[in-house]
Every structure is written in C-alpha cells, then in structure tokens.
Ligand binder design. Structure first.
Ligand code: GLC
Length: 540
C-alpha cells in the first residue's frame, strides 16, 4: 500500500478517529489560488494547511479536483484518475497528502459515482452506437409513444432528466445537467471500474471519501413515472414538483454502498465513507447499511434544513438520535457549497450560537470553509453568475455562487485569495471578516470556533459522551453531554431576547458566545442574553 499515514496522536481508546474528529470542507476553486489565475488550487491548499492545524481540524474534504469540463464545477468528471490542470498535477496531490499527513490532517476526496461528464471516454463510446460495448455504462431508453422523454423524471437543475441523442435515437438519463449522464450502477462492469477508481486514490493515501448524491445511484428497474408532489409550490425548485420515489433511494442502492465500504475496508479499518443524502431521517439512517456495513457517516443535513427554532431543532435532534441504528455514529452539518451559509440564514449573532451547537452536539461536525470567520453569502451581479443551476433557473434564489465566493484571508488585494482576478467576486465585508483580522480578536467568530474545537477535542464528554435534552422554555435549546466522569450543560438562546434557564444543578461557565465571565458559578438560574450560547461544566 502506497501513501503516508497521518501522524496523529494515538488515543488510548479504540474509537475511530472520525468520531472525535472535526471535518472541514474546502471548495477548492475558492480556498487559495497559488498561481494567479483567479481559481484556487492544490498548492494553495498546501500553503494553508498550517492554518487548518491552528484551527484544530482533523480532516479536510475537498470538493472535486478531477479532470473536468467544469459544466458543474468539477461534479462532471471526464477522467476519474486525473487531476484537473486548473487545480494542479498528481504530483501536487501527492505532496498535499504528504504535507497534510505530516501535520496530522487527513484528506477526504469527493467521489462522484452517480454520473460522469458527457466528455468521459465511456460516454463518448456509449453514444457512438447502440451496440457499443460501453452503451450499457449509461442509462438509455426509447422515447415514449408520443416521441417525448421516456418518463416524467426531472433534472435537479430544471427540465426533463432525459436528453435525446439524435445520432442513436434514444434518450439518456441525467439527474443533473445533460453534460452529466448518469452511470448505470446496475451494470457490474460499471461497479468494477468505479471501485477501481476508489482503489486508485486509496493507494495514494487518501483517508476516505464523501460520496456525491449517494441516494441517487440506483433507479427503478421499470422506470415508472414519479408521482406528482401535492405540496409543491412555485417557490420550490422545479424538480420537486414530482416526488422522486422511483428515481432515487431504491433498496438495491444499499448493496452498492456496502460494496464501496468493502473497498475502503480493504485498506484497514480507518478509511472513512461519508454519503451525501438528502432524505427524511427514517430513510437517511438506512444508509448506515445492514449491520453497519454502509456509510460511516450518512450526512445529516437537519441543521441546514431546519427552521431556526429551539423546539423544532430539539425535536430534530431527538428524532435523529432515536433513529440511529445501534452503533451508528451521528454527524452534523451547518452549511455546504450547495446551500446558503449559516450566517446568512440566521444572522451573524445567531451564527455564533450555531457554531456552539455544531461543536457540542453528539456527532462528527463538518465545517464549511469560511463559516469559521462568519462569511456571508455574497451578492453576485448577473453578469458574474457561474452556477449552472442559477443560469438554468434564474432569479429564483437557487443559485449557489453566493456561498462559493473566495475565502477571506486578510486585508490585502482580493483578501489574500489570489493575485489575479477571482472567478467569483469577493464578499463586500471582506476587510472586517477575514482570518487575519479575526485571529487576534478574542471575541471574533474565528476565536470562538477555535476555542470550541479545542475544548471539544480535549473533553470526552463533548466528543464521545451521551446526549440528554434539558427542559427549557421557548427559545432556549439546552442539553447535557456527559460521560461517567464529566457533565457539560449547553444552553443556546436561539432568540434575540434575554432568557433564563433552570439548570439541572450548580455549574461553572466555561465558554460563552457573548463573553460571559469564564469561571462564573451559576446556582440554578442561568441568565442568557439574546443570541447567547453558554457551555458550562456541571458541578453537582
Ligand atoms: C451534489 C453536489 C452538487 C452537484 C450535484 C451534482 O449535490 O454537492 O454541487 O451539483 O451533486 O453532482
């Protein structure tokens, strides 16, 4: 087996690293540009590794860096084994692995198995004729009797998910852009090829994968029409007008996921499999797999989708905890490259409370780059729009460029992201909200994140301990995290008005998002300011 292993401290317990660890998502186009072309790259990531060490990150998930025509910014891959020249070379990548591992940081890649680019060699062959041996690598159907698409399945970026290939007279299926034809995962040859792709990167020392749209991989064998969604309204994305019960989340997908997992397990037990899955809790937890032989962490997007209301979020937490299979490990996510940023959704003050929630709930947290400095979604003038979703369904607020703007490092030109002209505009508040400015300010978002991460790392009650709800009024969410030895109370005021919590005993303030005196003893009533979160150690 090639590749270095991360130089990490060995914990006395046998817990896998990702249970205690904090994951950080890098959208590589926007993290750090090293060559002045305005697009972030692998060398840029290497240059910023020490920042991630300082922040306390355990693993980095990098959105796709593979050879791609960039119709969907790398989620359309034309060669799964090649690094796109925009991002660098395979040598740069090997150096990234080595440099990260030397610092104790693990590297997770984005694996995009549901679809390739339409420029992938397989698709070029597949579309060349109906009897090409690669034809069945993709999903082809005859037209409906009226000559239209074979069924009513919708592309997530708008319109029919079927594209007529005039030369061969059949339609192919694409759950996203027509430049992203879906691979046929019912074909064992596709599986073999795609598992070898995993091995290719595992051999280079990669520590795991985030699997793109895992719940999409297998489609109904009979291609039945999806039912209409009676709850669909105009403000929802067009594809939600039908319920994707036949195009997604088919029972057989779990065989595929367990096969992927088996490939990772060939490399010892510590390679991590994360699945991107947007499904209700009951369906989501099935992706842990039969006997936990599926994804280690099916991404839990409850905090992305939830209304920001204490009782609602508490219900989500309790339902999620209850639904987890025995031994299944939870996880939490606040933002990602597809959804509005947390600071824009709930405001910057509340984003501090959200940070405390993310880093104190039971389960592995994933931080989206820039959230730790309180980055907001940036306004994108129409002429600068890049995202294919926005270009296809314009002006409806579905565009994803606002949350993908360049990382704000300092006060220099382009916030230190690039010496060239950045592919997306920088956010207007970059001079106040950037790493350099916040690093030295003990009250900044960045300092809060760093403290919370460090505290979580040091305390078993927070990283591994049990979760228990604490009764609280209206806008307060309160819970305990505990082991045999330690108990911490987390009290989060999700509203702007002051609130009081009856604590379950005497406690001592450890961290407050609003600067309450550390060490202060609270007897039984914890007074929270508006938008304040408190982490306190229980004394009794
Ligand atoms: C996932 C990615 C998203 C991409 C889509 C198609 O949802 O996160 O960015 O557009 O899959 O690959």
């Amino acid at each position: 087996m090639k590749g270095t292993s991360p130089d990490v401290e060995v914990h006395s317990s046998q817990e896998p690293w990702w249970r205690r660890g904090v994951i950080y998502q890098i959208y590589p186009r926007s993290f750090q540009d090293s060559n002045g072309d305005g697009i972030g790259d692998i060398r840029g990531i290497i240059d910023r590794l020490d920042y991630l060490v300082w922040l306390g990150i355990d693993a980095v998930w990098i959105s796709p860096i593979f050879f791609s025509p960039m119709a969907d910014f790398g989620y359309d891959i034309a060669d799964y084994r090649k690094i796109d020249p925009l991002f660098g070379t395979l040598t740069d990548f090997d150096q990234l692995i080595e440099a990260a591992h030397r610092r104790g940081i693990r590297i997770l890649l984005d694996y995009v198995p549901n679809h390739s680019s339409d420029r992938h060699q397989w698709f070029l062959e597949a579309r060349s004729s109906r009897d090409n041996p690669r034809r069945d690598f993709y999903i082809w159907r005859d037209a409906a009797p009226d000559g239209g698409p074979p069924n009513n399945w919708q592309s997530e970026f708008g319109g029919s998910a079927w594209e007529l290939d005039a030369a061969t007279g059949q339609y192919y299926y694409h759950a996203f852009l027509k430049e992203q034809p879906d691979l046929n995962w019912r074909n064992p040859e596709v599986r073999r090829e795609m598992y070898d792709v995993l091995r290719f990167w595992l051999d280079r020392g990669v520590d795991g994968f985030r699997v793109d749209v895992m719940w999409h991989l297998i489609k109904d064998a009979e291609f039945r029409d999806n039912p209409q969604n009676p709850d669909w309204t105009e403000d929802m994305p067009p594809h939600k007008s039908v319920l994707s019960i036949y195009s997604c989340d088919q029972e057989e997908v779990h065989d595929v996921v367990s096969e992927m997992r088996a490939v990772l397990d060939e490399y010892g037990g510590d390679r991590l499999l994360i699945g991107e899955i947007y499904l209700p809790i009951a369906r989501l937890v099935a992706y842990y797999g039969r006997d936990l032989r599926g994804a280690h962490l099916p991404f839990n997007f409850r905090l992305i989708e939830a209304q920001w209301d204490a009782r609602h979020i508490e219900r989500q937490i309790v339902e999620y905890e209850a639904a987890l299979p025995e031994g299944g490990w939870p996880n939490w996510v606040l933002s990602n490259h597809d959804k509005p940023r947390i600071a824009s959704r709930v405001g910057r003050d509340q984003a501090r409370v959200a940070a405390m929630m993310l880093l104190t709930l039971r389960g592995t947290p994933t931080i989206y780059y820039g959230d730790e400095i309180g980055m907001n979604d940036a306004p994108i003038p129409p002429e600068r729009v890049q995202d294919p979703f926005e270009l296809r369904v314009p002006g409806r607020g579905f565009g994803r460029d606002p949350q993908r703007t360049p990382m704000q490092w300092d006060n220099t030109v382009n916030a230190g992201f690039s010496t060239g002209s950045p592919w997306l505009p920088l956010a207007p508040d970059k001079d106040s909200f950037n790493v350099e400015a916040e690093r030295s300010d003990p009250h900044s978002m960045l300092s809060l994140y760093r403290r919370l991460i460090a505290f979580r790392r040091e305390n078993d009650a927070l990283n591994l301990g049990r979760y228990a709800s604490v009764e609280a009024d209206s806008c307060v969410l309160a819970y305990l995290r505990e082991t045999e030895n330690d108990r911490y109370l987390i009290a989060l005021n999700l509203g702007p008005e002051p609130a009081v919590l009856e604590t379950p005993g005497q406690c001592r303030i450890v961290i407050s998002t609003e600067g309450k005196a550390e060490g202060e003893i609270v007897e039984e009533k914890l007074h929270l300011q508006g938008n304040e979160g408190v982490l306190a150690e229980m004394m009794s």
